[in-house]
Write a protein that binds this ligand. Structure first.
Ligand SMILES: [Cu+2]
Length: 172
């Protein structure tokens, strides 16, 4: 237990170290001086998946420091056959989710959170379970900004029931 706690602390520490140096995508090939399309991604994390579960989740916070609105249009991961952008919402008292086929808008100067019960990445067709403590590379494809690669830190489940248990019943 002590070992596990110190391991968790180590990962939290490494996470906070990472987030003090936010991932900022600059337009490398831009010949002007304005820093449009500056995207910062923080707090990227995921949940462990039980063996045999083909889907995992991805949560992160996107801030658009640029002057232009951007759109998160897609994402990829070497660990998943496909990654979708989903929105969870309440519909007649039931939680349900649907893919954001037009992408997720991150207006200029704003922050959008992908978090439990809201927007999230759906890592589909997992080749093997996501294990607590490992990091999952994910590339975020933006329209209006450079793509950003982040690492989701897989955090162990707490006592709460996993918010995404309904996914196992979903048809994709
Ligand atoms: Cu989902």
């Amino acid at each position: 237990m002590i070992q596990r706690n110190s391991l968790t602390t180590a990962f939290l520490l490494s996470c906070s170290i990472l987030t003090t140096q936010p991932v900022v995508a600059c337009q490398k090939h831009h010949d002007g001086h304005h820093a449009s399309g500056a995207i910062e991604v923080e707090n990227a994390w995921s949940r462990p998946t039980p063996p045999g579960t083909p889907m995992g989740v991805g949560y992160l916070t996107i801030t658009n420091h640029g002057a232009e609105d951007v759109l998160l249009v897609a994402a990829e991961s070497s660990r998943a056959g496909h990654v979708s952008i989903h929105e969870t919402s309440m519909h007649e008292g039931m939680m349900r989710m649907q893919p954001l086929t037009a992408g997720l808008a991150v207006p200029s100067g704003s922050t959008v959170e992908l978090k439990p019960g809201s927007y999230h990445l759906m890592l589909e067709q997992l080749k093997k379970p996501l294990m607590a403590g490992e990091t999952i590379p994910v590339q975020l494809d933006f329209e209006g900004a450079e793509d950003v690669t982040v690492e989701l830190v897989v955090q162990s489940l707490d006592a709460k029931v996993m918010e995404h248990s309904h996914h196992s019943e979903m048809e994709h």
